[in-house]
Design a binder for this molecule. Sequence first.
Ligand code: NAD
Ligand code: UGA
Length: 467
Amino acid sequence: MYVNSICCIGAGYVGGPTMAVIALKCPNIKVTVVDINEQRIAAWNYADLDQLPIYEPGLKEVVAEARGRNLFFSTDVEKAIEESQLIFMAVNTPTKTYGEGKGFAADLTFVEKCARQIAEVATSDKIVIEKSTLPVRTAEKIKEVLSSNTKGVHFEVLSNPEFLAEGTAIQDLFKSDRVLIGGDDTKTGKAAVAALVSIYSNWIPKEKILTTNVWSSELSKLASNAMLAQRISSINSFSALCEETGANIEEVSKAIGMDTRIGSKFLKASVGFGGSCFQKDILNLVYLCKHFGLAEVAEYWHQVVKINDYQKNRFAKKIITGLNSTVKQKKITLLGWAFKANTTDSRESAAIYIADVLLEEGAEVHVYDPMVKKERIYQDLTTLWESKQFSSLEIVSKLERCLVHSQYVTALKDSFAAAILTEWEEFNTYDWEAIAEGMAQPARVFDGRNLLDDSVSNQLRVVKIGS
Ligand code: NAD
Ligand code: UGA
């Protein structure tokens, strides 16, 4: 099959960068990215590339080259479905907040809506590709929905999970460790897999394109995220033990990681992992295991999330204890709100939970992040408190004690303590000697990312994770 027209439903953190890179590497394929969010699509089409709806290093250069040539962003979902041979679904799959599986299962409403729309609109054969992260065996449900098409269309469903990490998305897409494609072992299934392989092989070496059955592909995505998150929770659990024993987590991490069987990546102790996927995907895995009657397996993976919650709480308590066990009416500065560096994304960021605990204890929380906007920070807190069913009066009064700064200097002035929550490199370049002088004495930094050099200032008491 010669592919010359594809589309992607969902223009978010995955759909946008993934399709931009496919368009860049495959100039002969027309790539249309569609979304129901008009604002988001408008932002993808802004002439000023600094206004793109998401920030990723290298993204604007890719969009600059491909947009208008063979990369298009639109709200016309039906037209894109009709015109495309391959349809990627990259819609969000958040944790369910209602009904059966609430708090664990993935909410598949958006995926189902997409499939329904494809079934309604399609008049020619289509290859439908799961790009979103989905529970194992979702393809079965998608096929069922697609079978409601009344125009005699044949649909092939493939699983092609995305492994990019935010902040490094473009590099991850250029040089993927592997591209995973799951398809049916039938004649049409194999042809569909071959069509997708033909796209990726424009820039990904053949040996890195792995083809499997659909269920292995779906499960491998959840399993990969679970294994990555497990490493962080494991190292974070040792950080607690280090603090009790005089061992140093940086040294322990280095010693462990030098064993080539273990490897050094993803062993950085922190305030806890954030982001839109690790927690959601592990909770989904826990739900799946329970569903299949595997209670012990469910509990094993649930611990990874529980340790993460423990680590976030432990860090917040460390700040409170370090300030004579009371933070009431004390100015505390949070440096960093994004869930990791090089992104404006703050979904499930540890900062939200640390701020919540400190505000609950009566602190005056001041926030500085080089990239996350004030509105986003207030929205994150509001969403959390709404989920806890706080009244709007309570929310407004709490927000009054949370100030967002555009300058780190004002954020830190007269502060009782700073807490580093995101590993932004710029925090290491500050004149900490001068900052310490302007803080309430003794000046303290709670370094939730073990980012600051030990020699940063004699005047500053730096409290690290795991030592
Ligand atoms: P996102 O929320 O940024 O984007 C999803 C987009 O889909 C939104 O813009 C939404 O408006 C749109 N959408 C929802 N329903 C739609 C519909 N019926 N028609 C058209 N558009 C619709 O989400 P994301 O971060 O891009 O994640 C998407 C999926 O990819 C999730 O399953 C996630 O787990 C997975 N994933 C995410 C990452 C990541 O780093 N963010 C990495 C790998 C995999
Ligand atoms: C993660 C995976 O790394 C991707 O492979 C996957 O595609 C993606 O989830 C997904 O499915 O959404 P992402 O969440 O964007 O990517 O970012 P990571 O780099 O994995 O970081 C996640 C969190 O873990 C961040 O808060 C980060 O600061 C933290 N982290 C990471 C640590 O605390 N220690 C580490 O050693 C590494």
